[in-house]
Ligand binder design. Structure first.
Ligand code: FES
Ligand code: FES
Length: 166
């Protein structure tokens, strides 16, 4: 099949590649760029495991073709850690608050939470639950995921995180 040239930015680096028009963005990221952090859960835009940040929006990368990302600026979970290798505050938060079990949903969950906190730096519990409603976790009751996002929001706002009484 004829391939199309695309040029984009991924995790701050310029990428030029040839892709088949039918290649989904998630397959391009995982198979051509070896970025296996974004996961494939459903491939039907339901689970959010494939979520990446694209031009300032959360995108389920199984729902678009790689050619549609031509010119885009993409961040995946691999681009979240700080330049010195320390964890991004959301990564630290998911670890500290036990926001994961098997971890399959975690890269997509963190990428969605990252955008959510850009959209709303101080979300209520309800806003967090609504904000991550496109991302499914099969393992947990979401409680610790919500807590992790609250922890990260508090830290980004320079506040200390207070767990709500249960
Ligand atoms: S794999 Fe993309 S939403 Fe499930
Ligand atoms: S931690 Fe297992 S699917 Fe979310």
């Amino acid at each position: 099949m004829a391939k199309t040239q695309i040029a984009l930015k991924v995790n701050g680096k310029a990428v030029d590649a040839l892709v088949e028009p039918r290649t989904l963005l998630i397959h391009f990221l995982r198979e051509q760029l070896n970025l296996t952090g974004p996961h494939i859960g459903c491939e039907t835009s339901h689970c959010g495991a494939c979520t990446v940040d694209l031009d300032g929006k959360s995108v389920k990368s199984c729902t678009m073709f790689a050619v549609q990302a031509n010119g885009a600026d993409i961040v995946t979970i691999e681009g979240m850690a700080n330049a010195d290798g320390t964890l991004h505050v959301l990564q630290e938060a998911f670890r500290e608050m036990h926001g994961l079990q098997c971890g399959f949903c975690t890269p997509g969950m963190i990428m969605r939470a990252h955008r959510l906190l850009q959209e709303n730096g101080n979300p209520s519990e309800e806003e967090i639950r609504l904000g991550i409603s496109g991302n499914l976790c099969r393992c947990t009751g979401y409680q610790n995921i919500v807590k992790a996002i609250q922890y990260a929001a508090a830290k980004l706002n320079g506040a200390s995180f207070q767990e709500a009484a249960e």
